[in-house]
Ligand binder design. Structure first.
Ligand code: HEM
Length: 125
């Protein structure tokens, strides 16, 4: 079944994407602002992103099972996230998808939904 979770290679692929995403964030100079919003140690948020993406991409709903919700507005509410921060986040995700050699089909599938979810998290102009 070619949902995004399976196209990524299931659990290992999604974990790889979440890890690569924060590696990219930690190294891209233009993502410094959003990197500084995060704790110094990224292990916990890396795992939470993996759990969230697992369900969101069509696999097991790991984040929901642990937190009882998939709403990400509350955990982001204390950070000031405008279009600039949103776009930094999305650029890190694009680069992470490139770095893990995600297929063009998958990147195309995710483009609009990924923008939309980042846009729902934006809480500033
Ligand atoms: C739009 C720009 C975004 C910014 C600037 C941002 C920033 C942050 C920050 C600062 C944290 C807290 C990290 C920590 O505790 O060290 C966080 C947590 C998290 N972010 Fe984002 N984020 C953004 C978008 C997204 C998107 C689009 C997703 C999902 C596709 C996502 C998934 C998560 C998850 C799952 C957590 C952990 C939430 C929890 O504590 O349960 N974020 N984010």
């Amino acid at each position: 079944m070619s949902n995004p979770y399976n196209l990524l290679g299931g659990e290992a692929g999604v974990r790889n994407l979440a890890n690569e995403f924060y590696n990219v964030m930690a190294t891209r100079p233009d993502a410094k602002k959003i990197r500084l919003m995060h704790a110094e140690n990224l292990n916990s948020v890396q795992n939470k992103l993996f759990m969230f993406l697992s369900g969101w991409l069509g696999g097991p709903n790991l984040y929901f099972e642990e937190h009882g919700t998939i709403c990400l507005s509350s955990p982001h509410a204390k950070y000031s996230i405008g279009t600039k921060e949103r776009d930094q986040w999305l650029e890190c995700m694009d680069q992470a998808l490139d770095n893990i050699n995600a297929s063009d089909e998958l990147k195309e599938m995710l483009k609009i939904p990924m923008f939309n979810i980042a846009e729902t998290i934006r809480n500033q102009k």
